[in-house]
Design a protein around this ligand. Structure first.
Ligand code: GDP
Length: 421
């Protein structure tokens, strides 16, 4: 598959049984990405057992073995491309670890397709996923009103669902230009790659055209340089060599750089990747780089390297949006768990719980609540016990997210939404 196209991470969200797996299978099939052996196997089985239509959920089941082996392999296998983009389908909400992965950036989605069964409309998980998607920073959504083959669908029914979903999306904070609607049949393929005969009243784009029409997320290359440091070496004859993965921006020899929160500055002498010197490195590159003017003991793991004219932000106190995943009791002001952000681990005190939101709708349920517990979403004020680097998630998403751990568990995930004075 051509990978020179811009890459997009896509989440397929929606209530159970509304057709998410079927749609994923269908998208892979229509774009020629279901392995031939899978189709052959299915046809053989269908002949032997007399099964009916090609079941796309089955395609996903046949990849289930890989799914069992873990999230990364699961993700690695669900890729397809359209004319413009190369898509990776990221794990869906409801699947284990989805929230954690999205917030920590392991599978941050750039856009989402919300699947709504046209005969059922909005259900509990529809609301939950929509709110989660918005909370986690997904700003573009395609609503696929599914199963249009199922009933005698007419334009009025479709418009009713569209109005209902539109109301929910507005309440959660999506703006009109951020949402597109398309009536589909994931099972039969209507309005996926080609127009459906079942919906003569719909002359808008197909789902694949809508996917092509998504706006491209800002490339991490265009963001300020940020290299979270994993390790620092001192190599005789060379000097100090910090090692880390470039998250955003580009780094070149002779760049003036600053490491925060250590507040040490120096000049890049050389950049190495796979033991070879390179003229520059960018997002995703694991590098070691030699800096002049900084001693090995002056910087450490958890520091972030950036250009001196736009150094990494040291936070003293910040506002965060968090989702409590699991906690045996309640979280109250004063609670001090460990925040894991990029390569740093810093004990931080939740000094105030500003507001608690309904995890299903995003509506503010309570201002300054006394406590929050598992399942709650909240805006909190956080004070790190020592200086740490964190960026506003709107500005540099890669450096704005964190997981909150305590008692050997990830108890919450969140992102920095504001830097308070
Ligand atoms: P998920 O739980 O959201 O992943 O839903 P599935 O993809 O497993 O689908 C649930 C059921 O709905 C399965 O029996 C599918 O065959 C059926 N289904 C999915 N898409 C369609 C569709 O477009 N039309 C019809 N009639 N059934 C569908």
């Amino acid at each position: 598959m051509a990978s020179d196209k811009p890459h997009m991470n896509l989440a397929i969200i929606g209530h159970v049984d509304h057709g998410k797996s079927t749609l994923v299978g269908r998208l892979l099939y229509e774009t020629g990405n279901v392995p031939e052996h899978v189709i052959e196997e299915y046809k053989k089985e269908a002949e032997e057992k007399g099964k009916g239509t090609f079941q796309f959920a089955w395609v996903m089941d046949s990849l289930a073995e890989e799914r069992e082996r873990g999230v990364t392999i699961d993700i690695a296998h669900k890729k397809f491309d359209t004319d413009k983009y190369y898509f990776t389908i990221v794990d869906c909400p409801g699947h284990r670890d989805f929230v954690k992965n999205m917030i920590t950036g392991a599978s941050q989605a750039d856009a989402a397709v919300l699947v709504v069964d046209g005969s059922e409309g909005i259900m509990a998980q529809t609301k939950e996923h929509v709110f989660l998607a918005k909370t986690l920073g997904i700003n573009e959504l395609i609503v696929a009103v599914n199963k249009m083959d199922n009933v005698d669908w007419n334009e009025d029914d479709y418009n009713k669902i569209e109005a209902e979903v539109d109301k929910l999306l507005k309440m959660v904070g999506f703006k009109p230009g951020e949402v597109q609607y398309v009536p589909i049949s994931a099972l039969e393929g209507g309005n996926i790659a080609e127009e459906s005969e079942n919906t003569p009243w719909y002359d808008g784009p197909t789902l694949l055209e809508e996917l092509d029409d998504l706006s491209r997320p800002e490339s991490p290359v265009d963001l300020p340089l940020r290299v979270p440091i994993q390790d620092v070496y001192s190599i005789s004859g060379i000097g100090t060599v910090p090692v880390g993965r470039v998250e955003t921006g580009e780094i070149r020899p002779s760049d003036k750089v600053t490491f925060n929160p250590s507040q040490k500055s120096g000049e890049v002498k050389s950049v190495e990747m796979h033991h070879e010197e390179v003229p520059k490195a960018g997002p995703g590159d694991n590098i070691g780089f030699n800096v002049r003017g900084i001693g090995k003991d002056e910087i450490r793991r958890g520091d972030v390297c950036g250009h001196s004219d736009n150094p990494p932000t040291i936070v003293d106190e910040f506002k965060a949006q968090i989702v409590v995943l699991q906690h045996p009791s309640a979280i109250t002001a004063g609670y001090t768990p460990v925040f894991h952000a990029h390569t740093s681990q810093v004990a931080c005190t939740i000094t105030n719980i500003d507001k608690k939101m309904d995890p299903k709708s995003g509506e503010v349920k309570e201002e300054n609540p006394d406590f929050i517990k598992a399942g709650d979403s909240a805006v909190v004020t956080v004070k790190p016990q020592r200086p740490m680097v964190l960026e506003k998630v709107k500005e540099i998403p890669q450096l704005g997210r964190f997981a909150i751990r305590d008692m050997g568990q990830t108890i919450a995930a969140g992102m920095c939404i504001d830097l308070t004075p």
